[in-house]
Structures are given as C-alpha cells and as structure tokens.
Design a protein around this ligand. Structure first.
Ligand code: MG
Length: 453
C-alpha cells in the first residue's frame, strides 16, 4: 500500500511488548477505529483474551473505545482464539477482537481482528484500520448513544459441544490423552472438550497463568519435554500441546516423540482429501500423499490469513501451516487448535497408532541454508533468482513468486529462496527426492547467492 501511514499490523495482527509497541492508547484507538470501520452506532463486537497479565487491562480499554463509539460488546472473557471466531459468526456480530500474543513470552501482547464470517482481517482491512488511527478519524458519541457490554462467557458451552460434534470423535472408544495447554487460553476449554468427548485425560499446565510458569507457549520440541515424558510414562495414546492462544496444536505420538510438523499436517489433510492448501515452506510429503488420493495441494505465502483466503477462493477442504495452525473450513475459517486436537484423536481412533501413521509418510532429504544479505540488497537479489534457476534446470514444473521464490521440480522436489522479514539473511530451504538433486540444488543456490551478494 503506497502511502506513508505507519504500519501497526504485522503478519498476525498487532503484536509487541506491553507498554512499548502495544500501549493502552493504541488499544483504545484501534477499538475506536474498528468501530468506525464496521459502521459505528448499533454494531456488535465479540471480544476475548488469552491468559496474559495484560489481557484484562487491554480488554477494558478496548471495550471502552467500542462503547464510546456506540458499539455493543459481547465479552467472552479468557478463551481460545477460535472461540472468538466462532462466536462472531454465531452471535451475528459485525467483528471480533482477540487480545493475544499467541506463542510470544509473557511481556508481549497483541490484537487480532475477525470478520463477521469468522475469518481473520485481511491486509487491506488492517490498512483501513491503520488509516483511521493515523488520521484520528474516530466517531465518538455523546452520553445518550453509548453502547452496552454483555457477558457471553456461557457461549463457551455451545462452542465446546459444536467442536465435539464436528470432530467425528467416537466417545465409545476412549483413548488416553495427555494435554499441555501452556497455561494459556486453551487451559479451560481444551480439557473440557477432550473429557466431554469421552476421552481419558491427564493435564499439564492447564491452570491459566499469564506468567506461563510451566513452559514457554511456543509448542516446539525444546518446550514440550515434560509432555513427551508424561505421554511415555503414563502409556497414553497421544499427547496434545497448544500455543498461548490455542489456535495451534501439535501432537506427541504414543512413544513420546514429537510429530514431524509436516507429516502431522499431512495425516490431517488425508482425512479430508480433495484440494488442500498450505504455505510455500511446507514439505512435499503433503503433495505426494494428496496425489495418491487423487487430490491436490495449493500453496500460499506464509501466514494463516493467506491460507484462509485461498481455501475460500478455491473451495478447498482443509488448509494449514506446518506450525500446527490448521483451518477447518467445514467448521469456521479461524484456525482452531481445539478442533485440530479432537480431529487428530479421531484419526488415531480410526487409523491406529500415531507413530505408525507418521512413519507411513515418506521423508525426503532436506537442506536449510542461511546466507547473509543486507536488507537493501534483498530485492535486487530476489529479482534474479527465478531466471537463474530456469537457466540451470530443465526439469522445473512451476516457479511460484508469491512469497520469496519457490521452484518446484517435476517430481515434487522443491527449493524456496526467501529473504528474512526481520534479519539480514536470505534463507534457502530445499527438499529433494534424491540426495543427488538436493546437492545440486544446494550448490547452485549458494553459488548464485555468493556471486550476487
Ligand atoms: Mg497462536
């Protein structure tokens, strides 16, 4: 967008440290801008927050900003992000707000906005909000037009019942599940959903706590050691971990090993079949499996908003990022870590042990390189990449330039050359069906970048 309006939103809403990037003044202004954007007086907004210590105070100023603009507010309290998306649809609200910094540590917080159809705000909509904030073009009303606020925390029961119903989980076949909610937004509703679906549950870090005392909210191997050990020690069938706002889910197999993120995505995608959507950095194992089922894979830039847009545009059955951010369009366009958990449990009920399902998906040799490149050189270097690869290889099926450059070969092998958004690097990620092709891709990529930089 070609103007000088300061950017507030990043790839996943507004995010930053409390009192630094995310101030109460900004939260108030964003609420006022959202109210203006959706039409002001008489409109309705759903609001929720994760467990961060700064959640309530940010929520309070945002509610004030909405009310003074004439909007009515439906307050869910501390809930997972997907509950906000779903409530926005079911309550016929005009927008939703989730106050969360997702997987970031405790000092951070953030604001994510949702459309009436449960989808995340797109870039052009966020830009409209930025514009209203920058121009301070608010519509603040007098004493006789102030909005109202209602507690709708009881809606959580409806949400839990709806995800259980949608998941296809069989309550007559109880599995033993260990859940680690990171003391984040999934702390209440995720255990409730798993228990209510008939499963036997052991919980870790399911007491809400904005200091995240049990573990860092990013669900990766380093942070999930306790969960992995507990799954193994208790003889559980599966372990489930969420990030701080529970829009993501990662599973641990019955042997206590963390799933390969791409393979877990593939297991879920196989349950849907047809056209599925993922991002440019996801593995070819998904393509191979979907082709076997007569389906296909579409790719988008990194970010769940892009995945959601492509699902709608292409009428896809499912979409997700390897981070465990999965969108189930038959339910809601908001990524849902709780529904993802129930559906992966259902897939274990149906298809057997998770370790076996993961092992059945092929792995290919992969390569990750990082080449130093100053920010002002990145654009020039990226301009040359496509041509370079077209000259060097004859077996290219497609070159995607939607987010970096992704070269896909005839056999689904691929290389992604992508500049880091924040650091002075260009990253090369490649996955090839043979070690020989991988070596060739690696050599050609690094020679090319060394010459240009
Ligand atoms: Mg998240």
């Amino acid at each position: 967008m070609e103007d000088n309006i300061p950017k507030l939103f990043g790839t996943s809403g507004i995010r930053g440290k409390y009192q630094q990037e995310v101030t109460l003044e900004l939260a108030l202004d964003v609420a006022r801008a959202l109210a203006k954007y959706i039409g002001g007086h008489g409109k309705t907004v759903v609001i929720g927050r994760d467990t961060r210590t700064t959640g309530k105070i940010i929520e309070n100023v945002m509610i004030a900003g909405l009310m003074q603009s004439g909007c009515n507010v439906l307050s869910l309290g501390m809930v997972p992000t997907p509950t906000v998306g779903y409530a926005t649809i079911k309550k016929n609200a005009d927008a939703g707000i989730m106050i969360t910094a997702s997987h970031n540590p405790s000092p951070y917080n953030g604001i994510k906005l949702w459309n009436a159809d449960g989808s995340a705000y797109k870039q052009h909509q966020e830009h409209e909000i930025e514009k209203i904030v920058y121009e301070r073009d608010f519509n603040i009303l007098g004493w006789d037009e102030i909005g109202e606020v209602y507690d709708i925390s009881s809606f959580c029961d409806e949400y839990v019942d709806a995800i259980i119903e949608a998941s296809g989980i069989d309550s007559s076949k109880p599995l033993k599940v260990v859940l680690d909610a990171a003391s984040g937004a999934g702390s209440y509703l995720s255990p409730e959903a798993i228990r209510k679906s008939g499963m036997e549950l052991i919980t870790l870090n399911c007491q809400p706590d904005g200091f995240f005392p049990g573990r860092n909210p990013e669900p990766n191997a380093d942070n999930l050691v306790e969960l992995m050990k507990t799954v193994k020690a208790t003889g559980a069938d599966i372990g489930i971990a969420h990030d701080g706002d529970a829009d993501r889910m990662i599973a641990i197999d019955e042997e206590g090993n963390i799933s390969d993120f791409d393979k877990l995505l593939t297991i879920m995608a196989k349950e849907f079949g047809g056209v599925v959507v993922t991002t440019v950095d996801a593995s070819a194992c998904l393509d191979t499996q979907m082709k076997k089922l007569g389906g296909s894979v579409l790719r988008t830039p990194v970010g769940d908003v892009h995945v959601a847009e492509s699902i709608v545009d292409n009428n896809a059955t499912f979409g997700g990022e390897p981070s465990g951010t999965w969108i189930h369009p038959d339910f809601c366009m908001c990524p849902d870590g709780l529904l993802s958990a129930l559906r992966i449990i259902a897939a274990v009920q149906k298809n057997g042990k998770l370790s076996k399902q993961l092992a059945d998906i092929e792995s290919y040799p992969t390569l990750r390189l990082k080449v130093t490149c100053q920010n002002d050189r990145k654009a020039a270097v990226m301009d040359e990449v496509s041509q370079h690869f077209s000259e060097k290889f004859t077996n290219i099926a497609e070159i995607l330039t939607i987010d970096g450059v992704r070269v896909q070969f005839d056999d689904d092998s691929w290389v992604l050359i992508r500049p880091s958004g924040t650091e002075p690097y260009i990253r090369i990620t490649a996955e090839a069906k043979t070690q020989q092709l991988l070596d060739e891709i690696g050599k050609i990529s690094s020679d090319f970048l060394d010459n240009l930089i």
